[in-house]
Design a protein around this ligand. Sequence first.
Ligand SMILES: NC(=O)c1ccc[n+]([C@@H]2O[C@H](COP(=O)([O-])OP(=O)(O)OC[C@H]3O[C@@H](n4cnc5c(N)ncnc54)[C@H](OP(=O)(O)O)[C@@H]3O)[C@@H](O)[C@H]2O)c1
Length: 317
Amino acid sequence: MIRLGVVKVALFGSSGLLGDAVSRALAKRHHKSLLYSKQSTFGGAQALCLSNQEELTRKLLDSWPDAIINCAAISSPDTVNKDLSFSRTINIEGAVKLAEIASHLSARFLHVSTDMVFDGTASPYRSTDIPNPLNEYGRQKLEAEKKVLAVTEENLAILRITLLNGNSPHGKRSPHEKILRSIQDGTSLTLFDDEIRQPCSSENVASAVVELLERPNLNGLFHWAGSEEISRYELGIQILDYFGFSRNRIKKGSMEGYHARDSRPQHLGFELAPLVGKLTTNPLSVKEQIEELLLPEDLFRWHRQNADKPNVYVHKF
Ligand SMILES: NC(=O)c1ccc[n+]([C@@H]2O[C@H](COP(=O)([O-])OP(=O)(O)OC[C@H]3O[C@@H](n4cnc5c(N)ncnc54)[C@H](OP(=O)(O)O)[C@@H]3O)[C@@H](O)[C@H]2O)c1
């Protein structure tokens, strides 16, 4: 059982966009974290592949955490498609193993899932709506949810989240980091103005995750997102404005005629009840999320020399 006060947490995926924010949120609340990632040692993480179930079990039985948080995943649909079998090992079997170990240790288990379990035809989605994933990533994440819930429904929360904004440790993972790097590389970037999302920020989700950790009475499957919907194109435009690039750096496209349309949900929005009424963390507007964004450090000089209005973006450190 979770004790009040400081909690010893084993955090998987701590070098990722969300995991890093969760790691910082845990530190702010003075919880003790044991950090794990696949290969990155960012923030003092131990490298441990979720496919290595023997070592995983040994490490967790040795350290006996009060809680396990799983932010590790093969989280890009394209990467999942490149190796379906290995992705299943991580996204499904790894998640289930963590749930089993947590159950064995009587540790609280928090697992992160995605809006991509839905097909995008009946937004906004409640957590009780029937999923229908369109791509293998969504199918794997859904199967993981079901299997984790089959291990235990006690002392467990699964949080489905939406497109994540934020600052990733390696500066390459989130929408603004990808947009800035595509401008730097001179790669033409088209975003769809009819692909609608309800983005959230990694910092804000991390705050919700830490609240879920500290509230063992909140168990089950929940939805979390930002407070507003926006098209991927419009999000891109707001990012360009914020970092001082002119709007013509991104081309406006449409999902009509897009060759992989059948595997990409068009409209994903979430109903945030009942969680939104129970947490003190509030969902953020798109503007609030964008104001949290930072230039990756290695892009400072390039930005100063290449932004259309370099003085618009004020570095906040
Ligand atoms: N990003 C989004 O827009 C989004 C939207 C909805 C839901 N989600 C969900 O949110 C969660 C976090 O996503 P994210 O975007 O933060 O992911 P991310 O930035 O891609 O980070 C993934 C993390 O998982 C670790 N990892 C990958 N393969 C592993 C393996 N074989 N063994 C152990 N660890 C492994 C990575 O370690 P290394 O750095 O060492 O490789 C990294 O720490 C995932 O469950 C994802 O499905 C994400």
